[in-house]
Design a protein around this ligand. Sequence first.
Ligand code: ADP
Ligand code: MG
Length: 324
Amino acid sequence: MRIKKLPEDVINKIAAGEVVERPASVLKELIENSIDADADRIEIRIERGGKRLIEVKDNGRGIHPDDILEAVRRFSTSKIYTIDDLFSVSSYGFRGEALSSISSVSRFYLISRHKDFTLGKELLIEGGEFRHFSDVGAHQGTTVRVRDLFFNLPVRERFLKTEKTELKHTTDVFIRYALYHTDISFRFSADGKVQYVLSPEETESRIKRLFPAVKELIYFESEDKVGRCYGYISPDYATGRGYIYVNGRPVKNKSLMRVIRSKVGNNFFTLFLELPPYFVDHNIHPAKIEVKFRKERSVYQLVKKSLENLQKPTIVSHLSQKNR
Ligand code: ADP
Ligand code: MG
């Protein structure tokens, strides 16, 4: 047996397994790219729970026409250049893996017009195979259409759940980002039916729009040398739903969740943590959903203190606070 380097398309398909688990993971990557491109309007279309189609259209800065083919190559990114950048990166993306992975396991169509150009480019890749690339008239921004996810990987396709379950996961991904990015207009439709239309608004009203069952919100906040923690609890909506953000990134962390639940019970909450970047490691897994903390105990202490510092319902937006 001799040793050979794997061909790029095989590498991409293997890597795709880490980044792309289901339609919801595709949606996550595409929404993040749109936000990283400074879009203030994002439109999402889902068909059959995302198994047939996941489309994300944005009005962001677009991709330079000479960079489009580079964008779908593995480890190609415009977001970091050196290893030091990794510690100060503020964009969602930086690994340059999403588009290459997604396009190797779907019928992938991308159209983009960069803000400094009058013409756009369109690109079609099917299961990692290049099909079409040409000039095209287009609005500024980027649209990505991902059809027939895993059509060339039947084993993975069989792991997908029902359309209803997959739609639940994609909707949840949408909610995670829409909840935080209250200055962005969103539109989300599934199987031709519009589910959410959102205009820029305060955090409180965005929460109530996404969760009509939430009638009242209580604000909490605390700050110490570790960082700042704030958010909202709904006293009248106890569903076990709760959303955690660390430096603007929606995250999951079981022990942190336990700390929060011990204070808020089953009630709905959103919790925003602002910590120095070196306290947080998002880069445990390619999907960057799990998060690890340095000085875990001090972080939990901050969270607990903030949850003991409940304030009357007020109109406070984390965005207006951030901009202060
Ligand atoms: P990453 O986000 O980690 O850089 P991706 O594979 O998601 O990797 O995207 C590769 C590159 O393509 C990005 O760095 C960015 O330059 C460009 N890109 C992708 N999506 C968009 C978008 N919606 N608008 C503008 N540029 C984009
Ligand atoms: Mg990305």
